[in-house]
Each structure stands twice: as structure tokens, then as C-alpha cells.
Design a protein around this ligand. Structure first.
Ligand SMILES: [Fe+2]
Length: 292
């Protein structure tokens, strides 16, 4: 079994400064151009196919984002002040010391929202995202959130983009709201399995520096079969999780700094992770999962 330090040395180099700006610019498109120009739409679809990631700037409106932020703030305040009665009627509330529902499939298939506090793994393994609040089906928390969230997600347009990009008709499988506050034990670079799966991430708050916990991605890694095979063999030999990208030495990763309202779409077969945050940093991201 490898030590933590050895594995850390096999992570990619995070691009910075001019090199990062250039790499991110090459996958970025103004959202309004995607909507109005067939040419930009096709360019974004092609970029997603080639690099596994695109960033659509300005996909969410200020009114929708402000309203979502306001409701989230109230919700968290109710939890913190222990005013839970109304919440328990509309959501399954999985607090760190009081779990009412277990397992990803039960969260995904639940008939109402699930507010799930991530906790440390019982076996002490890293990558737990402890402290993160993962809300499944946040659109079910209120009529207003339903409207605002769906406005931001632009599902029909994104489904068309994914169809042109992957030549597959993909369905929305699950909507989530990730609320990260000072989350430091984030999972290292990994993929979410080897099947065709995309996620769209719409930032609800600005993410301007590494300590805010940006989404990070190795461009093109979704198509690099040999890279995947090397990782897979290494993971097997060292009893690592099969979907960890533990062998990324010599590769470069981008960190997606973004303004509230920007949307990142990525192929989850590619190497990705959320960067650890500084203790007081906050990040809110609305996530949509697309699969066959
Ligand atoms: Fe992931």
C-alpha cells in the first residue's frame, strides 16, 4: 500500500496565471451566444467532445441566483437554530448525528428532497467531503426553488448540446445542490465510473481562488484510454479505489474559477476533483447529472 505522500506526488500540475487563463479561455463560451448562434453551439459541443469540459459564462440570471441564495440562507438558518419541524415535512434530513436515510440509491430515488450532511468515513479513509451539505432534489423544497433552479439549469438546451457532442440522448437523472463550507477532506482526482455520464455545475456563488474550492479537471482525460489503463492497473496492484486517477504525473489540470451564474459541463469519465477549501470559504453549486 502506498503512503499518502507518494500518491500525492502523482497528481497533476495545477495550471496557474497566463497558462491557466489560456486553457480556460479555450473551453469558454458566453451562454447567450450558445443560445443565439448555431455556430457557437456547435463549437461548444465539439469542445466538450474533444476536451471533456466546457464553461458557459452567464447561464444563470441575477434574479434567479439571488432568490436561490436567499432560500438556501433561510434553510441553513432553520437547521442551525434547530427549527426543523417544517423542514422535516418536506425533506429527509440527514444530520451528522441523526441519519434517517442511507445510501446513494435511496437518496437519488427518494420521493422528496434529501438534505444530507457528509460525514467522515467510518474507516478513516480520506476523500469524505466531510462538512459538505449535499441536497438531493433541491427543486422539491419549494415552488419558487423549483422554478428558479430549472431556469438556471436550461435542461432542454443542455440535453441538445450533449446529444450533438456525444451522439447520445441523455436524460436528467438527479439534481443536487452542493453547499461547501470549509470542506478540506475532498476526494482526489477520480472519475465517476466509466459509463457515459455528464454533469452540469452552475455556480451559485463566485469561486475566485483555489481556497474557495474550484472544480478541477484534466482536459482530454475522458478520452485517454492508455492513461486510464495505467491508473486502473496501478489501483488494482495497490488496493486503491478503482475509479481514482492516482497516476496523473506529467499531466496538467485546470481549476475552474467562475462567477455566480457560470455553468461548467464535464464528462465524468475524465479526471476531476473539487479543490480543498480554506476553513471560512463558502461555495454553492447546483449540479445536474445526465445519463442514458
Ligand atoms: Fe466525481
Amino acid at each position: 500500500m502506498l503512503s499518502r505522500t507518494t500518491i500525492a506526488s502523482q497528481q497533476p500540475t495545477l495550471l496557474r496565471g497566463e497558462a491557466l487563463a489560456k486553457a480556460v479561455a479555450s473551453i469558454s463560451f458566453p451562454f447567450c451566444e450558445i443560445v443565439h448562434s448555431r455556430r457557437s453551439f456547435l463549437a461548444a459541443a465539439w469542445t466538450l467532445r474533444r476536451h471533456g469540459i466546457v464553461c458557459l459564462r452567464g447561464a444563470g440570471s441575477n434574479q434567479d441566483l439571488t432568490s436561490i441564495r436567499h432560500e438556501i440562507h433561510n434553510l441553513l438558518e432553520n437547521i442551525q437554530t434547530n427549527d426543523l419541524l417544517k423542514l422535516q415535512e418536506i425533506a429527509y434530513l440527514n444530520l451528522p448525528n441523526h441519519r434517517v436515510i442511507k445510501g446513494y440509491h435511496n437518496f437519488r430515488d427518494a420521493n422528496r428532497a434529501v438534505i444530507n450532511y457528509r460525514v467522515k468515513r467510518p474507516d478513516g479513509r480520506t476523500g469524505s467531503d466531510a462538512g459538505m451539505i449535499d441536497i438531493f432534489h433541491p427543486e422539491r423544497l419549494s415552488c419558487n426553488l423549483d422554478k428558479r433552479i430549472k431556469n438556471c439549469l436550461h435542461e432542454q438546451l443542455i440535453q441538445k448540446l450533449l446529444l450533438v457532442s456525444s451522439l447520445n440522448r441523455l436524460k436528467v437523472k438527479c439534481r443536487n445542490l452542493y453547499l461547501n463550507q470549509g470542506v478540506q477532506d475532498t476526494r482526489r482526482f477520480h472519475c465517476d465510473g466509466r459509463s457515459l455520464k455528464f454533469k452540469s455545475f452552475i455556480y451559485i456563488s463566485d469561486v475566485s481562488e483555489l481556497a474557495d474550492g474550484p472544480y478541477c479537471y484534466v482536459k482530454g482525460s475522458h478520452r485517454r484510454r492508455r492513461l486510464w489503463r495505467n491508473n486502473s492497473t496501478f489501483n488494482k496492484e495497490n488496493q486503491l479505489d478503482p475509479f481514482e486517477f492516482s497516476q496523473l504525473q506529467g499531466t496538467e489540470a485546470i481549476s475552474l474559477f467562475a462567477k455566480a451564474g457560470d455553468m461548467v459541463i464535464s464528462s465524468q469519465k475524465g479526471a476531476h476533483c473539487g479543490h480543498p477549501q480554506r476553513p471560512e470559504a463558502k461555495r454553492a453549486v447546483l449540479v445536474n447529472m445526465y445519463q442514458r
